[in-house]
Design a protein around this ligand. Structure first.
Ligand SMILES: C[S@@+](CC[C@H](N)C(=O)[O-])C[C@H]1O[C@@H](n2cnc3c(N)ncnc32)[C@H](O)[C@@H]1O
Length: 257
């Protein structure tokens, strides 16, 4: 059976593209925070790699600020959209369609900045993420920064856990029935059942069974350090850059020494 990411992000790309498009409305806060942190570390330009970049929500604005951007994502629909958006913004950005588990063969050279934004890790298992972190570390220049931000944490999930949830946009209603969390493996299983709004009715579209490895802050820090990176700082949110709280999501910065 295909992995859930294949069905959700690739075969039914139109659904997630709707969410990525909506995400552009709130990208400014994250972009401004990344720029602020980079400036603090003396990084004003250079090569930036956005892993699982979606349709370029974060890296295209950073290309506009002068970074030489490479974005990779497994969804060709998102990559095509990112290329169109970059062309419209007249920025130099390279977008590659591929699996982050093959990062080493997808990109060339070393980077000044690497990004993983909006829960773009934990799709496989811990070993896979450990390998990914090691590959990322090899691809970073000395002094480069690696951001894992706007990412679900074990601390947040457990303090705000709901068994049944729903979400709504102008186009869709999404039900999340029977969420579970396996403490022993830190695995969150969550179903997404999509309905399209048709006037006052809802038309069923499809459903997806997602399985995510949710990391605690200490696990992420350990994974970065095991990859040879130095933990720099963790924040409560990218909006405030306040110090981390007991139920913060993951907003973590590493540096290559
Ligand atoms: C939650 S979205 C985040 C997108 C983007 N980082 C943002 O902040 O807008 C997760 C992204 O991961 C991508 N993705 C999932 N599995 C992947 C893989 N194995 N390799 C590369 N990208 C992947 C999806 O296609 C999707 O665009």
């Amino acid at each position: 059976m295909k992995h859930w990411t294949e069905k959700f992000f690739v075969r039914q790309a139109k659904l997630w593209l709707h969410f990525l498009d909506r995400g552009w409305r709130r990208n400014k806060i994250t972009v401004a925070a990344i720029v602020k942190i980079l400036r603090k570390h003396g990084i004003k330009k250079g090569r930036l790699l956005d892993i699982a970049c979606g349709n370029g929500r974060i890296c295209i604005p950073l290309a506009r600020k002068g970074f030489s951007v490479t974005g990779i994502d497994v969804g060709s629909a998102y990559i095509d959209d990112a290329k169109k958006r970059a062309a419209r913004s007249r920025v130099s950005a390279e977008f590659v369609c591929g699996d982050m588990r093959r990062l080493d063969v997808l990109v060339r050279g070393k980077f000044d900045v690497v990004l993983s934004v909006w829960t773009s890790i934990g799709y496989y298992d811990k070993k896979t993420d450990e390998r990914l972190f090691k590959t990322i570390a090899r691809r970073m220049k000395k002094g480069a920064l690696f951001f894992v931000v706007n990412t679900m944490s074990q601390e947040y999930l457990l303090q705000h856990f709901c068994t049944n949830l729903f979400d709504e946009t102008d186009k869709y209603v999404i039900l999340h029935p029977c969420n579970t969390f396996d403490h022993s493996q830190s695995i969150n299983k969550v179903k997404w059942v999509f309905y399209e709004k048709k006037g006052k009715d809802l038309a069923y579209i499809d459903e997806f069974n997602m399985k995510l490895r949710i990391y605690s802050l200490s696990e992420i820090v350990e994974m970065g350090e095991k990859a040879g990176l130095k933990f720099v700082e963790a924040y409560d949110s990218m909006a405030t850059l306040d110090a981390v709280k007991p139920d913060s999501r993951l907003n973590v910065v590493f540096q290559k020494g």
